[in-house]
Design a binder for this molecule. Structure first.
Ligand code: SAM
Length: 282
C-alpha cells in the first residue's frame, strides 16, 4: 500500500481473497491501518470520479470483471493508470469482501487522506466553519460533512476523539462531500486557543443557550459554529470558549435534536443571508 506512485500504474487481475494486495486493502476497514497508511477506501463510480475531479490522489482503482468493456469504467481506469495508480480487475467475490456487503458497487478506489492544518485556516468575510466536539456516530459525521458542503461552509473542525471521517461508512454518508469540504482536527485545548484567536463569532449550540439561534447577526464576521457531543453535549470548557450560546427552541417531548439535524438547522440560518434562491452564494 505504501508503494510510491510511479507513472504509469499497473493492471492486475485478481480472483483470490488470499492475494496479499487484497488482504492489505481489506485492512483499510480498520482505523489503525488507515491511520498508519494515510489511505482510505471510497466506493462507487460517482465518489471515485468526484475525488479525482477534486484533485485527490488515487493509489488503486478496483473494479469487477463485469465492468470490462464498459466505456465509462475503462475510461476511468485509463485515467487512473495515467496518474500512476494501479488498477485491479477483481471477481465479484473479492469486490464484495472488500466492500463487506452483498451487491457492492462495481468500482472502488483507494485514496490518500487529506487533512487541512489548523494554521492554514484564515477566516475572512463571513466564512463559516463547523466544529464538532467528540462526534461519535459515523452517520452523523457523514451527514454533517454533506450538509456543510450544501450550505457553503468552508470546512469542518473535529475536536478531541472523534469517529474517523475516512471510515468507509462515513465516506459513503457524505455522498462525495468528503472530497469537497476541508477537514481539520485538534485537541480540546488546541480548539480553545483556536477559538480565542477566531476573528469573529464563536457560536456554541447548547440546550442551556440563552439566545434564540435566529437572533444573532451572522452577516458581519466569520462564524465558528460549535456543536456538542451526541450523548453529553459540549464540555463546560468548550462552552466557556464560545462568544455566544445559541439554542433552537423546541416543542414536544424530545429533550434535544439529533446532532446532524441541529447542525443543519443552525448552519442554514447562519448562511441564510449568503444563499440565494438557487442555493448558490449570493
Ligand atoms: N444530552 C445532550 C445534552 O445535554 O446536551 C444532548 C446532546 S444533542 C443530542 C447533540 C448536540 O446537538 C448538542 O450538544 C447541541 O450542539 C445540538 N443540539 C441538539 N438540540 C439542540 C437545541 N434544541 N438547541 C441547540 N443545540 C442543540
Amino acid at each position: 500500500m505504501s508503494t510510491p506512485i510511479s507513472a504509469p500504474g499497473r493492471v492486475r487481475e485478481i480472483t483470490s481473497l488470499t492475494n496479499p494486495i487484497i488482504k492489505d486493502i481489506r485492512l483499510l476497514e480498520k482505523k489503525r491501518h488507515r491511520d498508519e497508511t494515510g489511505l482510505f477506501l471510497a466506493e462507487g463510480m460517482k465518489l471515485v470520479i468526484d475525488a479525482i475531479e477534486n484533485g485527490w490522489t488515487i493509489r488503486t482503482l478496483i473494479y469487477s470483471k463485469a465492468g470490462r468493456g464498459q466505456e465509462n469504467v475503462e475510461k476511468l481506469a485509463a485515467r487512473c493508470l495515467a496518474q500512476g495508480a494501479d488498477v485491479l480487475i477483481v471477481s465479484e467475490k473479492v469486490l464484495g469482501t472488500i466492500a463487506r456487503r452483498d451487491n457492492p458497487q462495481m468500482v472502488m478506489g483507494v485514496f490518500e487522506q487529506r487533512w487541512t492544518a489548523p494554521a492554514a485556516i484564515k477566516p475572512a468575510g463571513n466564512d463559516v466553519w463547523v466544529a464538532l466536539d467528540r462526534v461519535r456516530d459515523p452517520g452523523n459525521l457523514g451527514t454533517i460533512i454533506r450538509t456543510a458542503d450544501a450550505a457553503g461552509a468552508k470546512g469542518v473542525v473535529l475536536v478531541g476523539q472523534t469517529t474517523d471521517p475516512f471510515a468507509t461508512e462515513t465516506v459513503r454518508a457524505t455522498m462525495g462531500s468528503v472530497f469537497a469540504v476541508p477537514l481539520t482536527r485538534m485537541s480540546e485545548a488546541e480548539f480553545i486557543s483556536f477559538a480565542k484567536a477566531w476573528p469573529g463569532m464563536v457560536a456554541g449550540t447548547h440546550l442551556k443557550g440563552a439566545v434564540d439561534y435566529r437572533e444573532p447577526d451572522y452577516t458581519k464576521e466569520p462564524v465558528l459554529l460549535l456543536m456538542g457531543n451526541e450523548q453529553a453535549g459540549m464540555t463546560d470548557d468548550l462552552a466557556d470558549a464560545c462568544s455566544t450560546l445559541i439554542k433552537i427552541p423546541q416543542a414536544g417531548r424530545a429533550d434535544s435534536l439529533n446532532l446532524a439535524i441541529a447542525t443543519g438547522v443552525c448552519l442554514f440560518e447562519v448562511r441564510r443571508h449568503a444563499l440565494n434562491f438557487d442555493g448558490d452564494d449570493a
